[in-house]
Design a protein around this ligand. Sequence first.
Ligand SMILES: [Zn+2]
Ligand SMILES: [Zn+2]
Length: 582
Amino acid sequence: MLTPVRVADFVLDAIAARVGAVEPEQGGALLGLPGLDYVTEFIHDGGAATTGTRYQNTDWLIAAIGAREAATAARFKGIVHSHPRGMPVPSSQDQAEYAESLRLNPLLARYLAPIVTHDVDTPLAGHEVRLGPARISFYGAERASDGFVLAPVRPVVVPVARMLRRAGARPEGDPAAIDVEGTTLLATHAQLPGLGAVTLLLGADFPATAPIVLPEHGDGPLALGWDLGVPAVERLAGAVLALRRGRARDREGRDASHRVEAGAEDQTATETVRRDPAALLFARTEGILLPTLADRSVLIVGAGSVGSYLAEVLARSGVGAFTIVDPDDVEAVNVGRSAYRVADVGLGKAFAAAEIVLAVNPSARAGVHAARHEDVDLAALVTQADVVVVATDDPQAQARVGHFAYRAGRPAVFPGLYQGAQGGEVIIAAEGSACFACATGGVRADLQETGSGEVAARTDYGTGRLIAEPGLLTDVHHVAAIAAKAALGLLHSPDDDVAAARFAHGILKAGTTYAVFGHEPDYWIFAELMRATPAQYAYQSLWLTVSGRSDCPVCGDPAGRTDPSASQEPDVDLIRALRDGA
Ligand SMILES: [Zn+2]
Ligand SMILES: [Zn+2]
């Protein structure tokens, strides 16, 4: 295999959306940084006259390559095109064209000729990358004394777009190659959370080195703490968060010096908090929680109304480490029903929630993934956490994250709401108890059988949304508070002699791991149950006993359990791009 080629991830996305989106044949040009095996641009040859088996590039494409080379620092690298299913290799006709291209482009050291095929049924080889429901197989043609040598090329995907997304950045278009004093860099404008409009310059050795970040208003480049110890896609997110924390500390310092003038008493309190935040956090929870929470880590998937509230409550309770996963930004409409403030609008929810955590407890650690659950390494994240909180409202996401957590032996808590928060539920799953899927499946089946089917039908279950309807924040909080109490308890060991541990581990021991709540009078079965009880209104709760199926792939007999990491699910991101024709 020839030396590897680096390919920016947004180029693969573009190829997926144009060449991978349709059956053969389609094609386009690859451009990249001059003198380097680094592909940073794709030009789709949309007007090519193609057949089911043949793609011939147009004169328009040749002109477009020339125009791009004149306007930017990018240079021609080769042509990508698709093939029929099961033919992931260049044809003899292709090879004739490679020879011709090498002849016409004397400056080209290697002609890149990836082939896209529309199947991923067979395992990917070292020179192949998945493109949603398609695959791309990389080949390169190099000159040789008697013509040229064609060989598979290993692609190295450079995570530019994914890194920006995880940092909550909104880039304006894809990065383009520009020349800065003789060095070619990839440049893009983007909105970065808390930093505003910036220009990002990525060198050829990115992600090994940090991008240069130039604020569009303000001083020169920002110095990013570039942590090579974390995965490349997370580095910008971590660097931006650290930068913002530093700024917040500076602000705090200024505020503290104002307080020195105002009175020595305030300053002492501030100093105490700064020196030992846990001491104050635990002053009122002795016997309920243990200070060991400072060493515990929680993974929160979903940072909407439920997740943001949970992050805040757990931070105020002294939990020391958080990993927060959410792809969305805070919107103005969220402020009325979450822990977010107007100042957070536009920030990634994962960032904004992490900031709440750090504002409450500056000695806490907060990791941020501005990404969907499909786009993070769930196996790693659940393993690093002591407890998983699944605060997303998507039942499929709940089941998937629940599978990873169960597999890793980490207790998980699932708060959910339905019917405009008139009702809600909290499900606890841990080794020995029913998994999320078994718990919900069983209870929902019971609802149908016991004639409460009408209620079941009116819930949002099955629509993919649990909290789609407007609901009162206090009702959301009621369910989230119970989930938080369960999570706090599960962050303790069963032997810890404090109230929170007895609460959560008692539920697991009793097997009553499915709690339902009513927030309105006469909600669901509570009217029936409470008929003879005077002064019953709301809020009511029931803790139901649920059991797992022995054939369940998540919680069933250990021999039959499946590994969620092994299921090869298609890249949802790319499929979405294909569908939207982006
Ligand atoms: Zn071909
Ligand atoms: Zn199960």
